[in-house]
Structure formats: structure tokens, C-alpha cells
Design a protein. Structure first.
Length: 368
């Protein structure tokens, strides 16, 4: 079935769809969108989709297709049409981690292959990243199973929490922080205010993105944090913990904040950036760090840098936790270890009066 329409650019486009059944009798649909093609090209595509469906019904569509071919011809086009907001994230993650299986036949990929990929991810990434990569891989194979593939190799793969070395985020040293801000002010002015603000507030990227001028009190030197930007969905939502909090403004950035406050009170405090809107802020920061010869860190590492140096400077753990917005101490312990805060002997400061020792012979045994 071919349907002609006019796209957002005013060009002629075609929706090409074909319907069939898999070997289990379930209905299968193949859909593609062509922008500015000829009618003949749309007809040719329709024929190709019908041939794919015939192959699916016969049950041999994946026996002669590599994972790489499947992604390019089947999965990525479908994902781009149905979940465009997730397309870049899935493509980047799968292309990065699934290289060992790219040239394998689809039907030959098994659970051991998936475990090997996830083990590689776990060597350098956090458990949450391992979970996310597994979810993306599972998504690719679920769609293949809908199209007639016999087994999903991700189905029986469980992720065990790493018992070994704990994943620790990279942080910048104080000298590196100084180099970053000095270089950014000259060579990356469109990001300077952004990075400087995070390094002095410890806000998450999405929280920084959604700070408005009316959230800032210059008189009290406080910032209200109640919203966060979700780049995957392209919407503003509540913070990660779902809670509102206020954080202090450091004296060092007060002049900068005063400059940023000029404008519409409802406007964003920090300058807008398309790459930030699309969630590519880590890519920009890493590339710039490499160019100036310091540790290439992710955007979230600026938050880790802030918390680590704040703890190292003697700020109490409860205050740091309140500023950072961590809902539990367990996740905050990473920063305590990064800062080298020694908890040993801390309870000695209690200095409570304890009664003298009591002889065991004078204690009455109630269980005789």
C-alpha cells in the first residue's frame, strides 16, 4: 500500500506499507517513509517489503542476514519512524558495543555472545549502563522475533552486580578545573557559563538546563531546583528524585549570575545550545578537554568534581547530600570515597560519659 503526502518541508513523500504473517500466523507489518522520491521508487520499495514478508513467512529471513544488515535494513528504519527520540541513543550504543556480533548471522547469535558484550561493558561502565545496553540489544532482537526470528538471545541473560572494583566517575583536579574554565572563556564562550555554573553548584545536566531566572534569588543567594530536562523525550519534567530543593550560590560566581539574570524573568538562566538540548553535552566537553590536554571527562563528571572537592574542603556529608539532591547515602558514598573522607574514628568525637565497669558476678542471670 502506498500513500502520498506532503512533508514538513513541502516536498512530496510516500508512506509505503506491506502486510503479511510470520511462520506462527501472527500479522507482520513493514512500513517505510520516503521523502521526495519518484512514484516508481515507492513502487520498487513496496515490492521489496513484500518479498521480505514472504521470506519471514517461510521462516528463513534471518538465516542469511547478518546482524549489521538487519540493523541497517530493518531495525533502524523502523526505530526512526516509531521512536525518533530514542533513535540516536540506541544507534550509538548498539554500534559501539555490539561490534563482536555485527557480522554474525542473526540465527547464529546466542546468549553467550550477549553475555560477552555485557561483560565488556561492565569492565569500564556502571551497572546502570550495562542494564541500558542490554535493554537496547533486547529491543533489536524483540523486533526481529516479531518478524519471525526463532529465539531472542537476550531473553535469558541476567545481569549480576559487579563484586569487583566499584565504578568511579572521573573527576577533574583543581588545577585542571582552572585550566578548563580559563580555556573555555576564550575558546568556548558558548559553554563557559554552563560549565562554570555546574562546577559551582553540582546540579545535574537536566536541572541546569531548566533553571529559570525566577528560580534565582540574588538577595538570598539561593537557587530553587524543581525541574529537569529530558533530552530523550524533549520535555521538561520533575527532578530525578521528584523532590524540590534549594542550593546556595557560591560568592565566586555571583558576578556571573548577576549578568545572566538580565532578561525575561521567565527565560532560562543559562545560554541555550542545540547540542545540550539533544543530550550531546558530554561529547562537547570530552572533545574540548582533549584539545586542551586535561582529563577527558563526561558532563556528569563536573557534578562529581564539585561534590568531591566540596567534601574534601570539609563540608559535612549531610549538607553535601542535601545540596546534591541524593535521596540515599548509598549512591552518595561514591563521592565520599572519591574525596578520601576517612570515617574511621569519627565516633570518638561523641565523648559521652559511660558508667564504670560492672562486675559480671553482680549481674543476675534471668535464664537459669
Amino acid at each position: 500500500m502506498i500513500k502520498q503526502f506532503t512533508d514538513k518541508k513541502g516536498q512530496t513523500a510516500y508512506i509505503v506499507q506491506a502486510y503479511g504473517t510470520d511462520r506462527r500466523g501472527n500479522q507482520v507489518r513493514r512500513k517505510r517513509v520516503l521523502h521526495n522520491p519518484s512514484r516508481a521508487a515507492a513502487k520498487k520499495l513496496e515490492k521489496s517489503l513484500i518479498e521480505q514478508l514472504v521470506s519471514i513467512k517461510a521462516g528463513d529471513s534471518f538465516s542469511n542476514m547478518t546482524y549489521s544488515d538487519y540493523l541497517l535494513k530493518e531495525f533502524y528504519p523502523w526505530l526512526d519512524e516509531t521512536e525518533p527520540q530514542a533513535y540516536d541513543y540506541v544507534l550509538k550504543s548498539v554500534n559501539k558495543w555490539a561490534k563482536p556480533i555485527m557480522e554474525l548471522q542473526m540465527d547464529a547469535i546466542n546468549t553467550n555472545d550477549i553475555r560477552m558484550i555485557l561483560d565488556n561493558v561492565a569492565k569500564t561502565c556502571s551497572n546502570s549502563t550495562v542494564q541500558r545496553v542490554k535493554g537496547y540489544l533486547n529491543k533489536t532482537f524483540r523486533y526481529a522475533c516479531d518478524g519471525g526470528m526463532k529465539n531472542n538471545p537476550c531473553a535469558n541473560v541476567s545481569i549480576k552486580k559487579s563484586v569487583g572494583a566499584e565504578f568511579m566517575p572521573e573527576v577533574l583536579t583543581k588545577p585542571e578545573t582552572k585550566i578548563l574554565l580559563q580555556a573555555a572563556r576564550i575558546h568556548k564562550p558558548d559553554w563557559y557559563h554552563n560549565w562554570c555554573f555546574v562546577l559551582h553548584t553540582g546540579l545535574r545536566s537536566g536541572e541546569c538546563h531548566e533553571i529559570r531566572r525566577y528560580d534565582v534569588s540574588l538577595e538570598d543567594k539561593m537557587i530553587s531546583v524543581s525541574r529537569s530536562w529530558n533530552s530523550k523525550l524533549g520535555i521538561s519534567k520533575c527532578t530525578k528524585t521528584g523532590k524540590f530543593r534549594t542550593i546556595p550560590i557560591a560568592d565566586a560566581i555571583m558576578p556571573m549570575v548577576r549578568e545572566l539574570m538580565v532578561g525575561d524573568p521567565k527565560g532560562h538562566l543559562l545560554p541555550r545550545n542545540k547540542k545540550w538540548d539533544k543530550g550531546r553535552q558530554s561529547e562537547v566537553l570530552k572533545d574540548f578537554c582533549r584539545s586542551i590536554g586535561i582529563t577527558p571527562v563526561k558532563y556528569h563528571s563536573l557534578r562529581a568534581t564539585f561534590l568531591t572537592h566540596l567534601l574534601s574542603s570539609g563540608c559535612s556529608i549531610p549538607v553535601c547530600q542535601k545540596i546534591s539532591g541524593h535521596s540515599d547515602l548509598k549512591s552518595f558514598m561514591i563521592y565520599i570515597r572519591l574525596a578520601g573522607v576517612d570515617l574511621k574514628g569519627a565516633t570518638n568525637a561523641l565523648n559521652l560519659d559511660i558508667p564504670g565497669s560492672v562486675s559480671v558476678n553482680k549481674v543476675v542471670n534471668l535464664f537459669k
